[in-house]
Design a binder for this molecule. Structure first.
Ligand code: C2E
Ligand code: MG
Ligand code: MG
Ligand code: MG
Length: 277
């Protein structure tokens, strides 16, 4: 009995691994055609200034709908795009799309806000990154002050290349935000070595802010540190009024999360901008 149980378990494990492999291959294959086939789009999540209760910016989040695979989450396909190198084309597409959209809103006379784009560590290892962004800004006509780049801490970022890339991006006038702050390997090292403008507190610290003392201490400390360093602070993943009130009390100025808005299509952002103006 036990022996056959073990072999059934082994078969199941093998089957599951096969399934994972198949899905990965399918994603890899379909992803290569996603841009050309127009399968990618961006949704936008408002960033709110607690001083004024107004939307001051947007985070651009990629979405992928494929006929065969359905909707695939970026948490699943971005790592595969990074491994296969497709991330360079996808990253460029998102940047151009975000800058263009923001410029169109500004040209339509709507209130000026910033767009924040997630940039993969692979893109920071590419020496052409800042040149590419300079080109996109020139082509779209968006002023660099309305573009923010979100980077995450990661071991595989080449520190020297990243430092060079960040320095030229800063010279362009683009802002740099450190995403998912507190979850990575070298949060403090990044703050010390890179010209960061903004700290985005990871949503895992916001969850349970009320009930977990350790989260409250960490969040308070991060906000204080950001203030001492002259950095803007954004709390990510704010879902309840309770979390919002605690963050306000701690002196956090910017928030983002389902409490205000989920990531939405550009038409909905347009409506919000019309109401703002
Ligand atoms: P991220 O940059 O940290 O983005 C925040 C994620 O949290 C988004 O998930 C967003 O939808 C979600 N979120 C926002 N507010 C709340 C909230 O109140 N509660 C909860 N539970 N979640 C909230 P999403 O869109 O699935 O993206 C996941 C990750 O994929 C992003 O994390 C980012 O690392 C990556 N990603 C998304 N778009 C891009 C892109 O264009 N380029 C690159 N390189 N990465 C991207
Ligand atoms: Mg982000
Ligand atoms: Mg984040
Ligand atoms: Mg994240």
């Amino acid at each position: 009995h036990q022996a056959s149980g073990e072999s059934a378990e082994r078969n199941l494990a093998k089957f599951q691994e096969e399934q994972r492999f198949q899905r990965r291959m399918a994603i890899e294959f379909q992803l290569r055609k996603a841009i050309l086939q127009g399968e990618l789009r961006i949704v936008y999540q408002p960033v709110v200034d607690l001083n004024t209760s107004l939307m001051v910016g947007l985070e651009c989040l990629i979405r992928w709908h494929n006929a065969e695979l359905g909707e695939v989450s970026p948490s699943e396909f971005i790592p595969i795009a990074e491994e296969t190198g497709v991330i360079h084309d996808i990253g460029e597409w998102v940047l151009r799309e975000a800058c263009l959209q923001n410029k169109l809103w500004q040209d339509a006379g709507l209130p000026a806000i910033f767009v924040a784009v997630n940039v993969s560590r692979c893109q920071f290892n590419d020496p052409r990154l800042s040149g590419m962004i300079e080109d996109i800004l020139r082509e779209t006509g968006l002023q660099p002050g309305y573009l923010e780049l979100e980077i995450t801490e990661s071991l595989s970022m080449d520190a020297k290349l990243a430092e060079g890339a960040l320095a030229s991006l800063k010279r362009l006038g683009v802002r740099i935000a450190m995403d998912d702050f507190g979850t990575g390997y070298s949060s403090f090292g990044y703050l010390r070595d890179f010209p960061i403008d903004k700290m985005k507190i990871d949503q895992s610290f916001i969850k349970g802010l009320k009930h977990r003392h350790v989260n409250a201490v960490i969040v308070q400390t991060m906000i204080t540190m950001a203030q001492h360093l002259g950095l803007a602070v954004v709390a990510e993943g704010v879902e309840t009024e309770e979390e919002l009130n605690i963050l306000r009390e701690y002196g956090c100025r910017y928030v983002q999360g389902y409490y205000f808005s989920r990531p939405v299509e550009f038409q909905q952002i347009e409506n919000m901008l019309v109401h703002l103006s």
